[in-house]
Structure formats: structure tokens, C-alpha cells
Design a protein around this ligand. Structure first.
Ligand code: HEC
Length: 155
């Protein structure tokens, strides 16, 4: 077999492997774990920014830029974890049934959040502290807005 064919075959085998794992059913419990993990990391990287916006944490432009970039990626991650199949999960979850019974409203909350994160990303490298703090506040509102309607109240 010549080398080029060998590589083509290898690439095909790898590609097929990925496609197969993407299509196979992920267990509901895993979906719940993964979406909670993405949320936990959002909390990790958003927390310090919220602290800065509230004047509780010293402002740091580098942290704003870095955490905004992380949130850019993280804000895209949790949503496929709310697939209808995850309703059957037997693990502890704070997700409310409204996520599925009011799917359009949940989707809207998701989009409002992602838009707010994109606005933050845009100002995160400008060095304008006031604009960044305003954008951070706007993101925080969209986290809270969704939790208000779709997450069980935390005791
Ligand atoms: C569109 C809705 C929505 C948005 C926007 C959203 N969340 Fe959540 N969040 C949820 C839901 C629903 C849960 C409960 C998930 C579960 O327990 O299965 C959750 C859970 C969490 C948790 C607990 C995770 C765990 O381990 O149980 C944290 C922390 C969190 N969110 C932080 C955030 C932060 C910070 C933001 C904004 C930067 C945010 N969320 C934006 C819906 C949202």
C-alpha cells in the first residue's frame, strides 16, 4: 500500500470512529454531569468578573480578557446536555421541567446569555473599565434570569 493510501485509510478510520461516538447514545446521567460541569466552570470564570463589577474584587484588565475568552467557549457548551433524553436521569439535578415544557423560552434565555457574553468579549480587550463592568453586569443578569425560571431554588 502506498503511503498516501495508508494515510487516507487511517484518516477515514479515525473519522468514522468520531462520527460513531458522536452519534451513539450518551447516558442521561452523563449529560447531566457534563452540563453541570460546564455551569460550574462558568461560575469559576464569571465569579471574579462579577466581583470586579460590584467593586468587591480589584479590577484587573488581563483577568477580564482571559475570563471573557473562556466564557466565550463555555457559554456554548452546556446546552446539548439539556437534550430531552436527560429528563430520565436518575442523578441529582436542579433542572426544572420548564426547560422542556417551555423549550422556546429556555432557548431564548440561552441566546440572551450568549449575546451578552459576545458583547463582553467585544469590550474585553478595549481596556475601557466602565464598559467592561457594564457588560459583566449584563451577563450576570442573563445567568440570573435563566436560573430564576429554569433552575430549582438553591437553599
Ligand atoms: C439558559 C439557562 C442558563 C443560563 C444562561 C445559565 N445557567 Fe447556570 N444553570 C442552569 C440550569 C438549568 C442549571 C441546573 C443544571 C442541573 O442541575 O442539571 C444551572 C446550574 C448552574 C450551576 C450549578 C452547577 C452544578 O454543579 O450543579 C452553576 C454554578 C451555574 N449554573 C452558574 C451559571 C453562571 C455563572 C452563568 C452565567 C455566566 C449561568 N449559570 C448561566 C441554567 C442556566
Amino acid at each position: 500500500m502506498n503511503k498516501r493510501l495508508l494515510f487516507a485509510g487511517l484518516a477515514f478510520a479515525l473519522g468514522a470512529g468520531f462520527a460513531q461516538s458522536a452519534m451513539s447514545q450518551v447516558k442521561p446521567e452523563i449529560l447531566v454531569k457534563q452540563r453541570q460541569a460546564a455551569m460550574t466552570l462558568q461560575g469559576k470564570y464569571f465569579g471574579p468578573l462579577a466581583g470586579m463589577a460590584q467593586g468587591k474584587v480589584p479590577y484587573n484588565a488581563d483577568t477580564v480578557a482571559m475570563n471573557a475568552a473562556f466564557l466565550d467557549a463555555l457559554s456554548r457548551m452546556p446546552w446539548d446536555g439539556f437534550a430531552p433524553a436527560s429528563k430520565d436521569a436518575t442523578v441529582k439535578t436542579a433542572a426544572l421541567p420548564a426547560i422542556w415544557s417551555e423549550a422556546a423560552k429556555f432557548k431564548e434565555a440561552e441566546e440572551n446569555f450568549q449575546r451578552a457574553v459576545q458583547d463582553l468579549v467585544k469590550v474585553s480587550r478595549g481596556g475601557d473599565e466602565a464598559a467592561q463592568k457594564a457588560a459583566i453586569g449584563a451577563v450576570g443578569k442573563t445567568c440570573g434570569g435563566c436560573h430564576q425560571n429554569f433552575r430549582e431554588k438553591q437553599q
